[in-house]
Design a protein around this ligand. Sequence first.
Ligand code: FAD
Ligand code: NAI
Length: 328
Amino acid sequence: MSKPLSIAIVGAGLAGISAARHLQEAGHQVQLFDKSRGSGGRLSSKRTEFGDLDIGAQYFTAREPGFRRELKRWLEAGWVADWEPQLYLYEKGQLRPSEDDQQRFIGMPRMTGLSRQLLEGLSLTSSCRIQRLRRDEPHWWLEDDQGSEHGPFDRVVVAAPAPQAAALLEPAAQLAQAAARINMLPCWAVALVFEQPLDTPVQACFVRDGALDWISRNSSKAGRKGPDSWVIHASTDWSAAHVDDSPLQVIAAVQQALAQILGCDLPEPVFSHAHRWLYARPAEDCQWGALAAPELGLYACGDWCLGGRVENAWLSGRQVARTLMGAG
Ligand code: FAD
Ligand code: NAI
């Protein structure tokens, strides 16, 4: 390996973590920054007195051979597990079983269990929102929203969702413009917990009609403790049309839609929560893999460079690491 580099990564979602692991394994010094208190980004689990509820990514699939090899290691380590829910499809007003052969995986014992394990041995500064990147040849400095500067770094990787990345990538106009072209769409996520289990065999459901997109019985996933819990995602169109509604309004509308799909009256939940994801998924999949301005030592990755899936976030992180090291 050539001389070890000191590398800052902005964003500790799966893309940033993947980049960090690949770079650190190659001998570089890596420092992650994330604006959140925790990590994992859209791998997100809400901790409640009724157990942990996965309110971001619900599960993931694995298609690319390198990612499948990595997944095998995660399965062996117990960081992830299979999820084989009783799967349904709701379409044209009809609810029907929709079992398939697709293997689906979940973090253990919550989706963020995976990101937490992957962060072992990496250095993360959390609750730190990076506001600006400043180049002071030949180094980079990162300015946070409290006015503190972090650095110097030889390279910077921006691993935030496209709209947030665009602002940070300003020193490389072509990268900033590419990120600014990506439209990311919102999603309202609602979690509901019921004291008594709902009288339905449904454990997961793809929804094609109306306000919803996806229904999941959180408590049907391995390792999840507590009473009957559900996570429901509103469709992109509905979320966009109701983006400024209050959480209470959203919970009421989602409960009504859920009752209609499941064909039963819902009891009063003992817990309800609505989370608005403003940048849930890129409007289109593109095939960039990652973005690079090697002359400046500035790079970008994230699901928006490949398509809005967990696997793509990990692959984009791997790609940015390879590009930065001059190997791909
Ligand atoms: P993120 O996870 O968004 O990580 C970016 C990180 O950057 C965040 O932690 C953020 O806090 C941080 N950040 C941003 N700006 C700054 C800043 N200025 N300074 C410091 N830190 C910053 N995918 C699937 O495969 N299966 C699913 O079932 C699925 N369901 C989903 C459901 C929902 C509701 C959502 C929102 C997403 C879902 N996805 C799903 C998509 C999947 O979650 C994402 O593709 C993936 O997690 C994206 O990872 P990432 O690292 O690219 O971005
Ligand atoms: P996947 O292969 O399980 O699903 C891909 C898509 O195929 C589904 O969205 C669904 O429309 C369809 N589908 C798959 N199996 C089906 C079945 N048995 N019956 C009916 N339809 C079926 O998973 P993949 O490709 O890994 O996709 C990730 C998932 O993440 C998708 O469901 C996607 O919608 C979801 N996602 C949600 C986001 C949100 O904001 N709510 C953001 C990004 C991804």
